[in-house]
Design a protein around this ligand. Structure first.
Ligand code: PLP
Length: 403
């Protein structure tokens, strides 16, 4: 039952990398709750440290339950190897700490998840690594920004929070010509909707906390890339630098989430697309940001690059921040919470929550407004989500009119 390149996505998400007959017929991978591993001889132990012997040493470096998850994620992203981590930030820092040194530069897209921005802009500068932010919706801007010290190009697409879409193949081509590694955060899409490695990216990172886990009950992250790079991220980034190894139990939970990834994503995408159209027609709305809408600036690219348009929507209400806050306070089914990709529909305000790491001036310069509201469309019945959102929009509008 081990992985087979011919198998479809759902089959790989359920089976790849695990054979029950290797573990007493247990349908699900055992959860190896162990920090360390016995060596049958001293030579075995030292051989594992030098790499001459295969086998586990210590769970910061590898764990059998995590190994199943790593193999499965690599198969889904169509990469050589995977590394599971304790969070999405753990995945990103394992990559960055491994690959950069003082004096190096990173080129990044101008809108990124708030803590990714904070890491690149505020924290890495303390260690002599600088980041240039460019608008990557034009791949030409990447070519202009690359310098002799550039080691990495980093993007998310669609971007959190404002849903800009970056042409992965075009940026990958620029990176390849300049011999710079290209990192894509694929959290919003998951490998079901978009596979950056097949479009020329070198490294994919994930917050598996989101759609991959899918149930809002864990934190996890992942990296998929060439085996040689994954080995470095594991032995340097995780083992010697950030220590952000995944636990066996969280590995199990992500594996469980992956079994329904395709079903859940189909539903998230179908509901979000319908809702985005309905939102556009509401008089309280100034603008809806969703790549599935024909007036989205990169709609044609999204259609080409993504299997469907995803479950995330951003919107701006008439009346800006005040109206947005009134909307959020008026929802009842839709839950006010950060994070995304869960069964529950979630709403949050990037400027004061996930992206409060950007100053007001930086938000303005990087192109998203204080009035932007982000919706993570869940798996509830469409009519229930629509009714709650529309009722809250009506209330926000009444408040804006009466003010
Ligand atoms: N990347 C994106 C696009 C995210 O939205 C997030 C979290 O919201 C992260 C990375 C960080 O992931 P984690 O919270 O699992 O550390």
């Amino acid at each position: 039952m081990l992985g087979n390149e011919q198998q479809g996505f759902a089959t790989r998400a359920i089976h790849h990398g695990y054979d029950p007959l290797d573990y007493h017929g247990a349908l699900n991978p055992p959860v190896f709750l162990t920090s360390t591993y016995a060596f049958d001889t001293t030579d075995t132990g030292s051989g594992r440290f030098t790499g001459e012997e295969q086998g586990y040493i210590y769970s910061r470096v590898g764990n059998p339950t995590a190994s199943v998850l790593e193999a499965r994620l690599a198969a889904l992203e169509e990469g050589e190897a995977g590394l599971a981590t304790s969070s999405g930030m753990g995945a990103l820092t394992a990559v960055i700490w491994t690959l950069v040194k003082a004096g190096d530069e990173i080129v990044a897209d101008k809108t990124l998840y708030g803590c990714t921005f904070a890491l690149l802009h505020h924290q890495l500068e303390r260690f002599g690594v600088t980041t240039r932010f460019v608008d990557m919706t034009d791949a030409g801007n990447v070519a202009v920004a690359l310098g002799p010290e550039t080691r990495l190009v980093v993007t998310e697409t669609p971007s959190n929070p404002n849903m800009r879409v970056v042409d992965i193949a075009a940026v990958a081509e620029v990176c390849r010509r300049h011999d710079v590694l290209f990192v894509v955060d694929n959290t919003y899409c998951t490998p079901y909707l978009q596979r950056p490695l097949t479009l020329g990216a070198d490294i994919v990172v994930h917050s598996a906390t989101k759609y991959l886990g899918g149930h809002g009950d864990l934190l996890a992250g992942a990296v998929v890339s060439r085996r040689e790079l994954i080995n470095q991220f594991r032995s340097v980034g995780i083992k010697e630098m950030n220590g952000a190894c995944i636990s066996a139990l969280d590995s199990f939970l992500v594996l469980r989430g992956l079994k329904t990834l395709q079903l859940r994503m189909d539903r998230h995408c179908a509901t979000a697309e319908k809702l985005a159209h309905d939102l556009e027609a509401h008089p309280a709305i100034e603008r809806v940001f969703y790549p599935g809408l024909p007036d989205h600036p990169q709609h044609a690219l999204a259609k080409r690059q993504m299997k469907a348009f995803g479950g995330m929507i951003a919107m701006e209400l008439k009346g800006g921040l005040g109206a947005g806050r009134a909307f959020m306070d008026a929802t009842s089914l839709v839950t006010r919470a950060v994070s995304l990709g869960d069964a529950e529909t979630l709403v949050q305000h990037p400027a004061s929550m996930t992206h409060s790491t950007y100053s007001a001036e930086e938000r303005n310069r990087h192109g998203f407004t204080d009035g932007l509201i982000r919706l993570s469309v869940g798996l509830e019945d469409y009519e229930d989500i629509r009714r709650d959102v529309m009722t809250a929009l009506d209330r926000a509008r009444q408040q804006a009119v009466s003010n």
